[in-house]
Design a protein. Structure first.
Length: 121
């Protein structure tokens, strides 16, 4: 009886661990991020290498920090939130179908691309 209780306690604990740890232990998947970019239309505006945008209205993305890219993409999804949202109808539409995992993978892949964003001091 006591053993069964310990067993179920351990199981419950392990299940909780999986629940709480898994969202954070997911390592971004570059190949998945690349596939997402290739099956989307990002290149049509941001350029085929994501650093030669077709117009000055579209930012260069390649090589930008993944944290920044993730926060920006999340903010377009949250466009309705006046504090953390970015209100841009074009990018809001682009981002709607992506999950959080998608955004992390996209951000990691875009960061890995050679870019010419430089910090000038
Ligand atoms: C129809 C044109 C268009 C397409 C397609 C498009 N974007 Fe954008 N993107 C824009 C514009 C315009 C902005 C600038 C919006 C603003 O002023 O906030 C932007 C901004 C961004 C930013 C913020 C960059 C920064 O420096 O803050 C990211 C990240 C981004 N796009 C990623 C993507 C990804 C990933 C895709 C493909 C899934 C994509 N975009 C598809 C037009 C586009």
């Amino acid at each position: 009886m006591i053993l069964m209780r310990i067993d179920s306690f351990v199981c419950a604990f392990a299940a909780l661990g999986v629940l709480f740890i898994s969202p954070f232990s997911h390592a971004a998947d570059l190949a998945r991020g690349r596939a997402l970019v290739e099956r989307s239309t990002c290149a049509a505006c941001h350029g085929k290498d994501l650093k030669t945008p077709v117009s000055a209205d579209y930012p260069k993305l390649a090589g930008q920090h993944a944290d920044y890219l993730y926060a920006a993409m999340r903010a377009y999804q949250n466009g309705g939130n006046s504090i953390i949202g970015r209100k841009n109808p074009i990018m809001a539409a682009q981002m709607q179908s992506f999950s959080q995992r998608d955004l992390h993978d996209l951000a990691a892949y875009i960061e890995s691309l050679p870019g010419d964003l430089v910090l000038k001091k």
